[in-house]
Design a protein around this ligand. Structure first.
Ligand code: BES
Ligand code: MN
Ligand code: ZN
Length: 488
């Protein structure tokens, strides 16, 4: 969808914002008069009262500049924050997407509000139709142009620019999660990452030989049963001061998770195409940072593997030596995400000495039981980082909720044979997974782990800003967190 900013109306449908109470905005007065009061009549008929989510439509008389007017309820001023404007943009887009009309104006005078509404509409307009060959024209959206009308359209356009970069990150993350595992596997994924070099990111891809040299046997173990070679994807954005320690973003990129020899049940296994959602969040965030030319040093690292059962796959009982030197008894090959992350975290920490590390992963089913689909689980060794991520997530509608860490939980990882085992028993499954990761984080290293298993994809009815199976959770949270805390 093409998004533009002007100071005058120009589209087939012109949308006016009407506050609760139903009073027409000043911007609608001229058209109301010219049409003999059609707009005020619509504003005062039926159930329309300017409440959020309500809309009234007006067919404009022949000779008018536009074909339709829409009165869009925006509720009360109190509590109408950035998120509310996103929802207004998104639900208005949705209401007109299949109307048969191509262009829509939204008349929103405040530059920041207009930019947020544009973001909402863009998020709502995402589609994943790559694999459909039989889509009829009437099943495709007709609306392909959105124009924001405000007196200072330059300011609105400027305010939208960084938000647009965030939305591009979300789009990319959604695409990656939606893609089927026969087309998105470590090598093809790495090739997509390499394409990001055109945005100024420095890309490095390590293959199995490199990973073996680095001693990353835990991650390699997970990919061992797959005919697809494992890869470590590294993306660097150097927008900050030279020499400033970077922020490291680490993502779980299990392109498909069968469970391995500890095979998952068949029903619903196709969802495990999305088990690379953590890595998608990181890749999307790196794109957003590059597109808005963030003034920060950031490195993104994604461990790309496929977890398959095979004659050569790792077994329950195998003991792996991780890059950190610590040994791991594999008791369940389906607890593979942590086996990947522990080596990537170690590499990130040793190689980059980061100011902070945040990892994201669809790590545990237990987090879906605990928090459902509306918050990701946050685990961190740093209260300040906890506050920063919580605040950024609230503001972008990618919410995180902190859960505890502690030595009592860590004990559940004891192994009879090795330094640790890769599962912690039934109790507190998401916490023991986080404890496992923490064993690879040095004392004093600021670190957070975000378990996104419940939010990376959601089936069924959702917010209009979240139209596809894959939510694209992560890029905007990470981008905002960096903007608020690592850029002056
Ligand atoms: N990828 C799964 C976690 C998952 C489950 C993500 C549901 C999204 C939706 C992960 O690799 C896994 O299988 N975890 C196991 C861990 C267990 C064996 C300790 C789980 O949660 O059952
Ligand atoms: Mn698994
Ligand atoms: Zn997994």
């Amino acid at each position: 969808m093409k998004i533009t900013f002007t100071d005058a109306s120009k589209s087939e449908i012109v949308g006016f914002m009407v506050e609760e109470g139903g009073k027409l905005p000043a911007a609608a007065e001229a058209l109301d008069e010219a049409t003999g009061g059609l707009l005020s009549e619509a504003a005062n008929s039926g159930r329309f009262g300017g409440k959020t989510g309500q809309q009234a439509f007006v067919v404009l008389p022949k000779g008018s500049d536009a074909k339709r007017a829409a009165l869009i309820g925006i509720g009360k001023a109190k509590g109408r924050d950035e998120r509310a404007w996103e929802r207004i943009g998104a639900s208005t887009y949705k209401a007109h997407a299949n109307s048969g009309f191509k262009s829509l104006d939204l008349i929103i005078d405040d530059a920041a509000d207009a930019a947020r509404a544009a973001l909402g509409a863009k998020l709502a307009a995402y589609r994943f139709d790559t694999y459909r060959t039989k889509l009829k024209t009437e099943d495709k959206p007709s609306l392909n142009a959105l124009n924001l009308v405000s007196s200072d359209s330059k300011a609105a356009k400027a305010a939208f620019k960084p938000l647009d970069a965030g939305a591009d990150g979300t789009y990319l993350a959604r695409d990656l999660v939606n893609l089927p595992p026969n087309d998105l596997y470590p090598a093809s994924y790495a090739a997509r990452i390499e394409e990001l070099a055109e945005h100024g990111l420095e890309i490095e891809i390590l293959g199995e030989k490199d990973l073996a040299k680095l001693g990353m046997n835990s991650m390699l173990g997970v990919g061992q049963g797959s005919v697809k070679d494992s890869k470590l994807g590294i993306m660097r954005w150097n927008g900050g001061k030279e020499g400033d320690a970077p922020v490291a973003l680490v993502g779980k990129g299990v392109c498909f998770d069968t469970g391995g020899i500890s095979l998952k049940p068949g029903a619903g296994m196709e969802d495990m195409r999305g088990d690379m959602g953590g890595s998608a969040a990181v890749v999307g965030a790196m794109l957003a940072l590059a597109k808005r030319k963030a003034k920060a040093n950031v490195v993104g690292l994604v461990g790309l593997v496929e977890n398959m059962p095979d004659g050569d796959a790792i077994r329950p009982g195998d003991i792996l030596k991780s890059a950190s030197g610590q040994t791991i008894e594999v008791q369940n090959t389906d607890a593979e995400g942590r086996l990947v992350l522990c080596d990537v975290l170690w590499y990130a920490q040793e190689h980059y000495k980061p100011a902070a590390i945040v990892d994201l992963a669809t790590l545990t089913g237990a987090i879906v039981i605990g928090l459902g689909h509306h918050h990701a689980g946050l685990f961190t060794n740093n209260d300040k980082l906890s506050d920063q991520l919580t605040k950024a997530g609230m503001a972008e509608g990618e919410r995180v909720w902190r859960l505890p860490l502690g030595p009592e939980y860590d004990k559940q990882l004891k192994s009879k044979f090795a330094d640790m085992r890769n599962i912690g028993g039934r109790a507190a499954g998401s916490i023991t997974a986080a404890q496992f990761l923490q064993r690879f984080i040095n004392k004093g290293q600021t670190w957070a782990h975000i378990d996104i298993a419940g939010v990376a994809w959601v089936e069924g009815e959702k917010a209009p800003t979240d139209p596809s199976w894959a939510s694209g959770f992560g890029p905007r949270l990470l981008d905002r967190w960096i903007a608020e805390n690592y850029e002056s």
